[in-house]
Design a protein around this ligand. Structure first.
Ligand SMILES: *Cc1c(COP(=O)(O)O)cnc(C)c1O
Length: 224
């Protein structure tokens, strides 16, 4: 078995174990394979193992890989910072966007989503570290932003995404996710079914706090 296949099996087992430990339904956590800085051939290989959802951070790099892999039935997720002059290609070439952090970006994505495509799946990125330098909406602004984005016709608001400050302690890893999960659940909006929480270093903590998508790069494709 090659290394990539072993890595995938390992992560899928880890996700499954965490679901069991946390008494989550089996299959309730989806693996998003983060392929930034990795060649299209890695994606093609992972596709052969059954992986369909891939996350990319950089627009030009992603568009180039999408062209190379046009024959594949891949669901493309944009997870990187979004400049407002890049919204049109993002609205055109992706199925999901996890990194929407302000109304202006959401409005542009909705306006620019091509009419022949289904609504664009959106997660709002939350800045839980309360650092001005980090992207993401503040938790206090989140309910209003959710209400506004839900009005936009060509978007389907699915939930939230977060990238907390790195921690090695399991309990500390859980805290920010718990806070966000609690805030969103309190809104009682069943259409918000997605928590894009967790990366290579903290996927178990994320699953314990309600992650439905974990975004894994390093543990699958190696260091960048
Ligand atoms: C790079 C990246 C990941 C993957 O991180 P790993 O630690 O390599 O698993 C996940 N989410 C976002 C937003 C990223 O930029």
């Amino acid at each position: 078995m090659n290394t990539l296949k072993q890595n995938f099996n390992h992560i899928l087992t880890q996700i499954n174990q965490a679901e069991i430990t946390c008494q989550r339904e089996t299959g309730s956590v989806q693996l998003l394979a983060v392929s930034k800085n990795k060649p299209a051939s890695d994606i093609a290989q992972a596709y052969q193992f059954g992986q369909r959802h891939f996350g990319e951070n950089y627009l030009q790099e992603a568009l180039s890989k999408q062209q190379q892999l046009a024959a594949f039935n891949i669901s493309w997720h944009f997870i990187g910072p979004i400049q407002s002059n890049k919204t049109r290609p993002i609205a055109t070439h992706f199925d999901w966007v996890h990194s929407v952090d302000r109304l202006k970006i959401a409005q542009r994505l909705s306006e620019q989503r091509p009419a022949h495509l289904p609504p664009l799946n959106i997660c709002l990125q939350v800045n839980i570290s309360d650092e001005d330098t980090k992207s993401g909406a503040m938790l206090t602004q989140l309910p209003e932003l959710i209400a506004q984005v839900m009005q936009l016709p060509n978007l389907r608001l699915r939930g939230v995404m977060a990238i907390p400050a790195p921690q090695t302690d399991y309990e500390l890893q859980r805290q920010p996710y718990r806070k966000i999960h609690k805030t969103v659940m309190a809104l009682n909006l069943p259409e918000l079914d997605t928590f894009s929480f967790g990366m290579t270093g903290d996927l178990e903590a994320a699953i314990a706090e309600g992650a439905t998508i974990v975004r894994i790069g390093t543990a699958l494709f190696g260091s960048r």
